[in-house]
Design a protein around this ligand. Structure first.
Ligand code: GLU
Ligand code: ZN
Length: 294
């Protein structure tokens, strides 16, 4: 496998809080990898979860803080909330291929699973879906649908494996990996009110933005096999991956949005310069991701 040219990387933040130094690293890394190959670095706003991204100040801070840091992006910004038609079309394609099944499990269960995506794949696995609705007969499905029972669309990963086998994917740092679809969760790909989940939107959008090198945090590695399988089923090109280290504090804990001291806004307010933020982030990376502040 080799890097497809032109090299196109991306920074895909979810505007669900202030931008923090972990984001700065992700953006800087995406830009750096693009520049190293004379390529492009795209920006994508991942705002399909309208509840989590409701405060417009968070979106504004992405643009403002990136400009302040001097990290620029190429081409047009892609905004997921404006692309529901594209996701609905991809979902329909999957439905026609027969890889989806309706899940009538309680809304609360599904909402909890949904809220954990993509940030906590471990949590999703812990709540592993028992596959209850995978075994419903056509008659049972028809009856439930006729009764108006709400449902979500799940992907049948065993069926996907029968269809595509076990495709490979490659990470620049980790090397070649094999995706075993049947080991992935039968993830929810759409709900009644939202025609896409994180997984489907990422795959559709990486292809639409012609991303050839997916740059993102190592916390999302567990999502990659499922997304790789989706690419194959949908006939989309295969990108390479560059999952990067996550920044951690002195106690080894991952920096999170709630650590206010690490938000770009608060660093700016304290008079820290953009150059100093970037240098500190680079230093943290050289020290295996350990962040010691600006
Ligand atoms: N929007 C996701 C986040 O902010 C990143 C998704 C991805 O890079 O695939 O964590
Ligand atoms: Zn179910």
């Amino acid at each position: 496998m080799s890097l497809r040219h032109p090299v196109v990387t991306r920074f895909a933040p979810t505007p669900s809080g202030e931008l923090h130094v972990g984001h700065v690293f992700a953006a800087w890394r995406a830009r750096q990898l693009a520049d190293a190959h004379g390529g492009l670095c795209m920006l994508r706003i991942e705002d399909i979860d309208r509840e989590r991204t409701r405060d417009p100040r968070w979106l504004a801070s992405i643009y403002e803080d990136m400009q302040w840091l001097g990290i620029r992006f190429d081409g047009e910004v892609m905004v997921q909330s404006r692309r529901m038609g594209e996701y609905a079309a991809a979902l329909e394609k999957l439905r026609r291929l027969g890889v989806l099944y309706p899940c009538f499990c309680s809304r609360a269960d599904i909402r909890a699973e949904w809220a954990e995506m993509p940030r906590a794949p471990h949590a999703v696995r812990r709540m592993h879906y028992g596959g209850h609705c995978r075994g419903l007969s056509a008659d049972q499905v028809a009856e439930l649908m006729a009764s108006g029972a709400p449902y979500a669309w799940r992907i049948n990963m065993q069926y996907v494996e029968d269809m595509i086998g076990c495709p490979l994917w490659e990470d620049l740092r980790l090397g070649v990996r094999r995706c075993v679809p049947s080991e992935c969760e039968d993830a929810v790909l759409a709900r009644k009110d939202t025609p896409t989940s994180y997984h489907l939107a990422v795959v559709v959008d990486d292809a639409a933005q012609r991303v050839s090198l997916v740059t993102r945090g190592a916390d999302l590695i567990e999502c990659t096999p499922l997304q790789r399988a989706l690419q194959v089923v949908l006939g989309l090109p295969m990108p390479l991956y560059a999952h990067h280290t996550l920044l951690r504090d002195a106690s080894g804990k991952r920096l999170a949005k709630r650590d206010q001291a690490c938000s770009v806004r608060s660093l700016r307010a304290r008079g820290v310069s953009a150059q100093h933020v970037l240098t500190s982030v680079q230093r943290a990376v050289e020290q295996g991701g350990q962040w010691s502040g600006c």
